[in-house]
Design a protein around this ligand. Structure first.
Ligand SMILES: [Fe+2]
Ligand SMILES: [Fe+2]
Length: 170
């Protein structure tokens, strides 16, 4: 596996956001079921790993140091995305008339969520930076876990989404 470059936590997470944004654009421009599905699967992989490293490492480090509401909403937003990711991951263009719509809505949800994280001044990252969290140390942990999970999910496939904030009873 390629050596992971040293990035602070925020740089790493922002780069992930950019990667996914580019993949969504690629999806929009792609034609043919096979190509679209391949890109959609890549989106699901990237987002699953990203959400998991945020929830395992970055968000807990923010606990008590940033606005509580913002953090709670972030977890709920992740869960909303995970539901769509599960749908997209287990579906296909040919079997699901709503496949493209699901990818589109996921994109819109992620754009909103990324905005909440990256927003200048009041965003989660800005608040975390202001709180003096050690971003270099966190960056190392995030990179290591990201490499591990990417390898795991690339070889074994994505696990069923695990929701953090809800247990649907319907
Ligand atoms: Fe993020
Ligand atoms: Fe997030």
């Amino acid at each position: 596996m390629a050596e992971t470059k040293q990035q602070d936590a925020i740089a790493l997470l922002k780069e992930d956001h950019k990667t996914v944004e580019e993949l969504f654009t690629k999806f929009e421009n792609a034609s043919g079921d096979g190509r679209k599905e391949k890109i959609a699967r890549q989106i699901c992989l990237e987002l699953t790993v990203h959400a998991q490293i945020e929830e395992e490492i970055f968000y807990p480090a923010c606990e008590g140091k940033i606005e509580e509401d913002l953090l709670k909403e972030a977890y709920v937003e992740h869960d909303g995305a995970k539901i769509l990711i599960g749908e997209i991951e287990s579906g296909s263009e040919s079997s699901d008339d709503f496949y493209d719509a699901k990818v589109k809505v996921l994109q819109e949800q992620i754009e909103h969520h990324v905005e909440e994280e990256e927003m200048r001044m009041e965003g989660m990252f800005a608040q975390a930076r202001k709180a003096g969290i050690d971003m270099d140390a966190l960056g190392e942990q995030l990179a290591a876990r990201k490499a591990e999970l990417t390898e795991l999910y690339t070889t074994q496939g994505l696990p069923k989404p695990k929701l953090t904030t809800m247990e649907p009873s319907f």
